[in-house]
Structure formats: structure tokens, C-alpha cells
Design a protein around this ligand. Structure first.
Ligand SMILES: *Cc1c(COP(=O)(O)O)cnc(C)c1O
Length: 361
């Protein structure tokens, strides 16, 4: 006998919600969840395996609860004079964001972001019992400091989530907006820089704003540029007191010894791990140029994906790409689809498939 969700004594505030559900279909060309489609290079993979093998010998013991070596590795990777006391990490930046919301959101509190933005933000907020409030962007998905401040003042959120560059639109976010939001907000401000490595090299990081802003946190992930999505490692930088708040809500030993070993070894090889970023950026720019030539309207992207408009029937186009073995993402924005930049061959397969099925509306 199986019962339905409705029969269970579920929390009232979770009734009617749907879980995160990007399709995981076994298609040859998967360009739907912004993974780095280049595998970890062999030499690095064996280096990582050596460290995992060593860690495995002590796996009868709990891991270092403070993941000290990993925090030192992230501080060094990020630069900007950061040290390990300003670093936190989790099983993906989703868990890091969850820690922030467990500490600073929760029942009776409000989490705010400018929509359309990362689809996990509302789910993470609701998971802690907090209320999600979606703010607005310009039609081209940019945000001005003035508009941002007006919305923050109206909503007065406990947590502001700023995605820079923004998913699913790829839109860059100026530091002037972040500074203005921080100054206007009473609550904590999180800048999610999941795609920062794909931005132009001279694009400043919100890490440069941390000094003197104890309510600001900048999160990153190894899932995208580092080609490490399956390992589940995300991290953030913030004031040491902010990090102490996260210690209150994390599960003890939340980062396994194997995860810590793998991530430390991957960071030691960051030059090689990040070696594909330029190639991915080149494919992203090629997607943009080709989509334009096909009559679609791609949006400016500083990430590893492109959101494009001018799709007369996104569901139909999604389905026809699917039938040709190409998985892209319908993010629910009318007239739009999102595609991740793949290898050169994957990108070609996507562009050829799109060109073959339909002309833009
Ligand atoms: C992919 C993504 C993440 C990363 O999630 P992980 O849990 O680290 O895999 C975080 N934020 C945004 C906006 C993303 O698109």
C-alpha cells in the first residue's frame, strides 16, 4: 500500500510545493544544467585518487570537522588577502546557501532576490520556513542601484540573494548595485558568484567589497569552472563572525574526509582544472554569434550558458532538440530557452540541431 504526500503530516508550508527537477535524461549532448562538460584531465584525476586513497585509510575516524586544509586552499585560491578564518565550505554551494538561510532566515523571516534568478533560491528559503519575495529587473534583466534600493527598502528582507552573473539569464551585476543593496539592507547580503570564472578577466569580484562589510558573503562553487559538479563542493568568503553563525547550523562533520581530500587535491591542480574555461568561453561566444545569425535574441552572458529569446514555442523546440539527442533547459521564461556551452563538438551538435528544426519567430 502506498500513501500520497497529502496523507502524511507534512509541514503546512511545504504543501503544494514541487521539488527541484531539472530532467536527468541520458542524452548524448547534455547542455541543460550548466555543468562543465569537459572531464577532469587524467593526470589530475590520478593525483586526486592518490589523496582519496590516503584519506580512505583513516575513514574509520570522523573527518576534520573544521576542514582546515580545504579552507586554507580556498583562501589561497581566492586571494584578496583572505585567510582560512573567512572561509566556509559545504557539499555544493547549495548547502552553503542552506546554511546561510538556516542561520539568518527561517520562520517569520524574508528572503529576497531579483527574478528571474536561480530556481533553488525560493526552494532553499521555503525549506527553512522563510518567505521568498521575488523582486524585479529591467526588461533586459539588468538591475540599477536606484531600483534595487527602492525594492530593498520596500521589502526589508532578512537575507538578500544576488546572483552575479545571474542564472538563468547570464546577466552581469555591477559592484555599484551590490554596494547600494548592502547599504540599504538591514539583513545579510549574499553574492552568488557560481560563474565568476567565466566572466571577463578584468571583472571585479564582490570579494573586493568584503572588508568592512560584516553582513556580506560571497559564495562560489567547484561545480562549474572546476568541472567538479559530481564531487559536491561549494564555499564562501565572509567575516569570521559570519562563519561562526554557520557553525551553529551545520551538521557535525558535514564534509566527508573523501570530499575534503578530493577538493584539496583539485585545488592544488587549479591551473589544470580551470584550463578549459577559455575554451568554454569561446564556445559560449560562438553560441551567441550563431544564435544571432539564426535570428534568435541571445542575452549578454558572463557565464558558461546562454539564454536566448525569439523561440516561438519553447516546449516544442525543447522537444525537437531532445529527439535529436540534445538536452537544453526550458527555464519557464516565455519565448526563451537556455543552453550550456559544451565542448566544441557538443556545441556544434546543438547549433546544427537548432538550425535544422526551426527558424526563429
Ligand atoms: C550551479 C549553481 C550553483 C552551484 O550549485 P552547487 O550546489 O555548488 O553544485 C550555485 N548557484 C548558482 C546560481 C548556480 O547556477
Amino acid at each position: 500500500m502506498t500513501s500520497s504526500l497529502d496523507d502524511l503530516p507534512l509541514r503546512d508550508d511545504l504543501r503544494g510545493l514541487t521539488p527541484y527537477g531539472a530532467p536527468q535524461a541520458p542524452l548524448p549532448i547534455a547542455l541543460n544544467v550548466n555543468e562543465n562538460t569537459h572531464p577532469v584531465p587524467d593526470a589530475v584525476a590520478s593525483d586526486i585518487l592518490d589523496d582519496i586513497a590516503v584519506a580512505l585509510r583513516d575513514v574509520n575516524r570522523y573527518p576534520d570537522r573544521e576542514f582546515t586544509a580545504l579552507r586554507e586552499g580556498f583562501a589561497q585560491y581566492l586571494g584578496h588577502g583572505l585567510d582560512a578564518s573567512q572561509i566556509w565550505a559545504g557539499n555544493g554551494s547549495n548547502e552553503v546557501l542552506q546554511h546561510i538561510l538556516q542561520a539568518f532566515a527561517g520562520p517569520g523571516r524574508t528572503v529576497f532576490g531579483f527574478a528571474p534568478t536561480y530556481s533553488m533560491y525560493p526552494l532553499l528559503a521555503q525549506g527553512t520556513g522563510a518567505r521568498w519575495v521575488a523582486g524585479e529587473r529591467q526588461p533586459d534583466y539588468t538591475i540599477t542601484p536606484e531600483e534595487a534600493v527602492a525594492q530593498i527598502e520596500q521589502v526589508d528582507p532578512d537575507v538578500v540573494l544576488l546572483c552575479s552573473p545571474n542564472n538563468p539569464t547570464g546577466t552581469p551585476l555591477g559592484l555599484d548595485v551590490i554596494e547600494a543593496v548592502y547599504a540599504a539592507a538591514r539583513g545579510v547580503v549574499v553574492v552568488d558568484e557560481a560563474y565568476h570564472e567565466f566572466a571577463p578577466h578584468d571583472a571585479p569580484s564582490a570579494l573586493t567589497l568584503l572588508e568592512g562589510r560584516p553582513r556580506l558573503a560571497v559564495s562560489r562553487t567547484m561545480s562549474k569552472a572546476f568541472a567538479f559538479a559530481g564531487a559536491r563542493v561549494g564555499y564562501l568568503a565572509a567575516d569570521p563572525a559570519f562563519i561562526d553563525a554557520l557553525r551553529l547550523v551545520r551538521l557535525p562533520y558535514h564534509l566527508s574526509a573523501l570530499t575534503q581530500a578530493a577538493a584539496v587535491a583539485a585545488l592544488r591542480n587549479s591551473d589544470v582544472m580551470l584550463g578549459m574555461v577559455e575554451e568554454i568561453v569561446a564556445q559560449r561566444d560562438r553560441i551567441t554569434a550563431t544564435l544571432e545569425a539564426l535570428g534568435y535574441t541571445p542575452h549578454e552572458s558572463w557565464s558558461n550558458f546562454v539564454l536566448f529569446g525569439g523561440v516561438s514555442d519553447p516546449k516544442a523546440t525543447w522537444q525537437r532538440l531532445y529527439e535529436q539527442g540534445v538536452l537544453v533547459r526550458d527555464v519557464g521564461i516565455p519565448g526563451h530557452l537556455r543552453v550550456t556551452a559544451g565542448t566544441e563538438a557538443e556545441t556544434t551538435a546543438f547549433l546544427d540541431a537548432l538550425a535544422s528544426i526551426e527558424s526563429a519567430s
